[in-house]
Structure formats: C-alpha cells, structure tokens
Design a protein around this ligand. Structure first.
Ligand code: SAH
Length: 364
C-alpha cells in the first residue's frame, strides 16, 4: 500500500468518508505523495500526451493568438504573459518563438509568469524558459498586477471535482469510504453548500462541480475585465453543463482504476465550460465559445503553417507533421472533444478565431 493510501485510509477512519475533491487533491498535489509532485507525466515515457507535445504548431498558433490580442489591446507595456500548468514548458517555448517573429516588442515588454504546482515540472520549465525570464506563481491570484494575456492547456481538467448524486428528493455527496476494507465510492451527506446549481438530475444521476475551476475563471474574468488582456483556455469537456461521471485515471497511456494506488496515476475530469463562461462573464468580461479545437486551429491558420513546415521537411519529418496535424484536428482524435474558450474585455474586439461564434451564441 502506498504511503498516500495509508494516509487516506487513516483520514477516512478518523473523519468518515472523504469528499471526492479532497481525494483528488491529495492524489494529485499532496506535497509529499501527490502524482504531479515528483515526476514528468508527459509524453511517450509518461502517462499521457498533450497537444503541445504532439506538434509545435499548437504552441506557435496560440502564441500568435496572444501576440494579436496584445497588439489589438494597444501593446500595453506592463503586460503579464502567463500560462497555467505549463507542463514541460513546450507550449510556451513554441509560443515565445512565434511571438518573437510576429511581435518581438511583446517579448520585450511582457513579464513571463508560470502558474505551476509541481516542483519536478518547475525544474523542467526553468531549463526551457528560465532564459526568457520566467517567474513562478502558485495561483492566478498571485500574478502581479497588469493586463493579463493568459493561456491554459489541459490545466482545468487536472483540478479536483466534487460529485453529487440525486437520491430521491435530495442530493448526496459522492465520497471515498472504506467498504470491506477497500477504498470505495459511498454516498455521504453534502459536505458543504454547492457553489452553483446543478442541472435537472434523474434519480441516481451524478453531477460534477469544480470549485477550483470556477474560482480560477472568476479571477481571470475579473482581471481581464478590470485591467485588460485576453485568455485562451483549451481543454477537453463539454460546452453545456450535463450529468455524468467523467473522472478518470490514466497510467502508461491506459485507464487505471480511480481509487487504486492514489498518487500513482493521473486523475482528471471533463471541464464544464459553461461554468467557466458564467464565472468570467459574471465579472464583466466577454466570453467567446467554446469552439472545437479543430475549428480554433483551422481558423488560426494551421493548414498554412503545416504547408510552410512541409516545404523544408524530409520525408520522415513530413510524416510526423501530417500525423500531428491529424491528431490535433481530426474529430476522431482531439478535434472535437477538446474545446477552446476565450475571455476578453467587453469593450475590445472579439479575439481571432471566435468572431463567427459570437453571432452564433447571440442566436442560440
Ligand atoms: N499544459 C501542459 C501540461 C498539462 S498537465 C501541456 O499541455 O502539456 C497539467 C499541468 O497543470 C501540469 O503542469 C501540472 O503540474 C499543473 N497543475 C495541476 N494541478 C495544478 C494546480 N492545482 N495548481 C497549479 N498547477 C497545477
């Protein structure tokens, strides 16, 4: 039994069943045993792979999006260029290269900030991005004042969620308890008030609530509406709040039981983009989308970038580029399940890639 499992069992024996978000928080970011604390989970040798690790085109296009927003905002000199959960720093390294070509003044004027919980990943980020003057913060709240130009890829899915389940007239908290000596899901009384309403739930249906995600979107929306900037949040999930248990664990690129050996596998849940949108809009910011990752990348010009890179590529590199393009944009892979939400000041033009979507949501 892992050290973390022993601790979780002891806590359950002492306090009773543990709300799922507490279990996820311990499994992911406990300073001693948390999954993210001492490893690099990304890539072929790790547990999962992400868009920037698949192709340089992803980070380049997001970088150009940021540069465009910064230029349209009047090139503020006190801008904060920030990323949430930068992983290996690949996305930001690719983004900085693209920004350096398209808007070198942005690199000169913007301060680079990374929000990261993992000491192991921070060390990798320091190697990749230390030369670009990167600094680190623990949360969005700790970012210095200034117009905020922010990206986050697969950050919100790593935040702990609560689950509630309808039982007759009431709601129960889905919690981790001990059944027959093993960690198991059990019903418990609601641990605390719900941060927002659930949709209609049929008896036995589960709904997930991400308090940390909502709070982060509030902070981003408040900052962007008050100080300017723009944010692009890319993740997998749904655009409309819906019932369903989406918590999953991944290890070695395969599913792993959620309650087995906590701390050894990555734990994620689908992102509820409707909650993030409402949270940011409630602070006075404009929200756009979510649109599919496929739409986003096509609208930002991934085909042109692919063509450019193909020109100088040897056959093996060309195959890799084409495969990367397919994985990022094909609806069967990441094109549809992965979505992008943009947040911008209400008095600024709609950010690149999202203009048509506003017309759509006005009619919806
Ligand atoms: N964006 C990267 C990595 C995604 S993995 C990519 O696309 O490849 C999730 C990232 O979020 C990791 O860097 C992880 O350490 C970080 N993270 C997870 N939970 C966090 C939290 N609560 N606070 C800050 N960073 C967190």
């Amino acid at each position: 039994m892992s050290g973390l499992e022993a601790r979780i069992r002891a806590e359950i024996e002492r306090d009773g069943p543990m709300p799922l978000d507490r279990y996820m928080a311990l499994a992911l970011t406990d300073p001693v045993h948390g999954y993210y604390m001492d490893r690099d989970p990304l890539g072929a040798g790790g547990d999962f792979i992400t868009a920037p690790e698949i192709s340089q085109m992803f980070g380049e296009l997001l970088g150009l999006w940021l540069a465009d927003c910064w230029q349209r905002a009047g090139q503020p000199r006190d801008a904060i260029l920030a990323e949430l959960g930068p992983g290996r720093g690949t996305l930001m390294a690719d983004a900085l290269r693209a920004i350096g070509r398209a808007a070198p003044a942005m690199l000169e004027h913007a301060a680079l900030w990374l929000v990261e919980a993992s000491p192991a990943l921070k060390a990798i980020q320091r190697d990749r991005l230390g030369g670009a003057g990167a600094r680190w913060a623990g949360t969005v709240e700790d970012l210095p004042d200034g117009p905020l130009f922010l990206i986050a890829n697969e950050f919100f899915d790593a935040l702990p969620v609560r689950q509630v389940v309808r039982r007759g007239e009431g709601l129960a908290e889905r919690a981790v308890g001990l059944t027959g000596g093993e960690l198991a899901f059990v019903d418990a009384p609601l641990d605390r008030p719900l941060p927002y309403d659930t949709p209609e739930l049929a008896d036995g249906e589960v709904f997930e609530l991400c308090e940390a995600g909502q709070e982060t979107a509030v902070l981003i929306g408040r900052r962007i509406s008050g100080r300017g900037g723009a944010a692009l949040i890319v993740d997998y999930g749904h655009g409309v709040s819906a019932p369903g248990d989406t918590v999953q664990a991944m290890r070695n690129h395969a599913f792993h039981p959620v309650l087995s050996e906590p701390g050894i596998a990555d734990l994620t849940a689908h992102v509820d983009f409707a909650v993030l949108s409402r949270a940011a809009a409630g602070e006075g910011a404009a929200v756009h989308g979510p649109i599919g990752q496929r739409q986003l990348l096509l609208r930002l010009g991934i085909e042109a970038r692919l063509g450019q890179l193909m020109k100088n590529a040897d056959p093996a590199t060309a195959d890799g580029l084409a495969a990367g393009f397919r994985r990022l944009t094909d609806p069967e892979f990441m094109g549809h399940l992965f979505k992008a939400l943009a947040i911008s000041p209400a008095d600024q033009p709609t950010p690149a890639g999202f203009a048509d979507e506003d017309a759509y949501s006005r009619n919806a």
